[in-house]
Design a protein around this ligand. Structure first.
Ligand SMILES: Cc1ncc(COP(=O)(O)O)c(C=O)c1O
Length: 437
């Protein structure tokens, strides 16, 4: 990216049209650009979730009573036995570098977890532990993609897939799912969109942002369709595996012996154990891909934090009641939030079967008499942004616009917050929507 000296495509202000996002981000930080930055920055956008959080923080600092539904993280404290294990590790001086791909003890705990929960057998050289599921995915895409390689991904998708793939030189091909299809793919969608030139297929169930979760039968049907492409690598992001409501979890590697040797299963501690800040994710997969990921990690962050790994050992090896306790609370909140948002004119609310998000479709709101005026007040043209900006400015509720996830007519609410906040925030959303009619 050339912020100050690109010879091509200058706007009258002397900036490249692609630079506008970065310039926005820099100006929010009061930074005046005068350096030449890498052109790869043209490929990606600053995280829209962070942009909403920054605006919400600004309003909060002005003393406004903001209800935040933006953050995708559990609001629970990390369970005490996990904290105790990390504290003990610190007290014992377990504060040095470890093996790049993680300590043997944690690899064994992950191997046992894969066996117990997913009936998958891995050896230690098929496991990597990284600084969050996000880094696992980063290592993965840098390890398998060459410039121009095609990655097929269902939309709506988790924001970072697109930017990671683009930074790794890949091209995203989206399969758009809809509210009507329950935000799910069919085997026919796969056969129509995946081809011999597709390098990677991404699956994420339960999904961020929709909360859609495939049933075991649906997974088996998708696996059968994916089996038809023998060179395809499948990456399944199972980070919300433990947060399902009435749907049994199954991943494609468990469902299909044929896919197993070319599937990378990504998971992490952040969501199930409320350990977002500990930064621990992991993957099981073919030894050659894992070795490549290890090499990439060895030249970036090296090992994940030593004492965090000891906490993760405790998390995975101990009794799993804390996970179930948190899941139950999320399920109750799902019911509360779904009930409060349902039945509003112009809003179609999908009942999620997993994760901790609601993803209402707002296509029907464009017919509301107040919509055009709202668009004018916000200065936005994208429907999700019109809704989200208006909601934040006028009702002090922070949500994430659907375009962040590749779906313009929607917005995401994270209900990983207290019942009181859910009631207050969704009450305001109800008023906001009703006032448009
Ligand atoms: C679908 C999905 N995958 C991966 C991650 C990465 O989580 P972490 O890096 O905290 O492990 C997230 C976090 O929001 C997510 O929603």
């Amino acid at each position: 990216m050339c912020i100050c000296s690109t010879p091509k495509g200058r706007t009258p202000r002397g900036v490249d049209a692609h630079d506008v996002h970065l310039l926005d981000a820099l100006s929010r930080l009061s930074i005046r650009p005068h350096m030449q930055l890498a052109s790869r920055l043209e490929l990606i956008e600053p995280s829209p979730t962070l942009a909403i959080s920054a605006r919400a923080a600004e309003l909060k600092a002005q003393g406004k009573d903001i209800v935040g539904f933006g953050a995708g993280e559990p609001d629970f404290d990390t369970p005490p036995h996990i904290k105790a294990a990390a504290i003990e590790a610190l007290n014992q001086g377990f504060t040095k570098y470890t093996a790049v791909s993680g300590i043997p003890e944690l690899k064994q705990a992950i191997i046992a977890k894969f066996k117990r929960d997913n009936q998958l057998d891995y050896k230690a050289n098929q496991i990597i532990i990284s600084t969050g599921g996000k880094q696992v995915l980063y290592n993965f895409f840098l390890s398998v993609l060459n410039n121009g390689d095609e990655v097929v991904c269902p939309a709506p998708y988790w924001v970072s897939y697109k930017d990671i793939v683009l930074l790794a030189g890949g091209q995203m091909k989206l399969i758009h799912t809809t509210f009507e299809s329950g935000f799910k793919l069919t085997p026919a969608d796969i056969e129509k969109n995946v081809s011999a030139k597709t390098k990677v297929f991404i699956l994420n169930s339960p999904s961020n942002p929709t909360g859609a979760a495939y049933t075991p039968d649906e997974i088996r049907a998708l696996a059968a369709a994916l089996e038809k492409f023998p060179d395809l690598i499948v990456v399944t992001d199972d980070i919300y595996e433990k947060l399902t409501y009435g749907v049994e979890f199954l991943n494609v590697a468990t469902a299909s012996e044929k896919l197993r040797p070319r599937t990378v299963v990504v998971n992490g501690l952040s969501k199930a154990y409320s350990m977002t800040g500990w930064r621990l994710g992991y993957a099981g997969g073919p030894a050659e891909i894992i070795a490549a990921m290890d090499m990439i990690q060895g030249q970036s962050t090296s090992n994940p934090t030593s004492f965090s790994q000891k906490g993760a050992v405790a998390a995975l090896n101990a009794e799993q009641q804390c996970v179930e306790d948190m899941r139950r609370v999320f399920e109750k909140r799902r019911d509360l939030a779904f009930g409060l948002l349902s039945g509003l004119k112009g809003l179609s609310v999908f009942k999620p079967q997993g994760a901790f998000y609601l993803f209402p479709d707002i296509a029907g709101l464009k017919a509301a008499p107040g919509w055009a005026d709202l668009a004018k007040r916000t200065g936005e043209t994208d429907n999700g942004k019109i809704f989200s900006k208006g909601l934040l400015d006028e009702k002090l509720v922070a949500v994430v616009p659907g375009s962040a996830f590749g779906y313009e007519n929607g917005f995401r609410i994270s209900y990983a917050t207290s019942d009181a906040q859910i009631e207050k925030g969704l009450g305001r959303i109800r008023e906001f929507v009703q006032a448009l009619w």
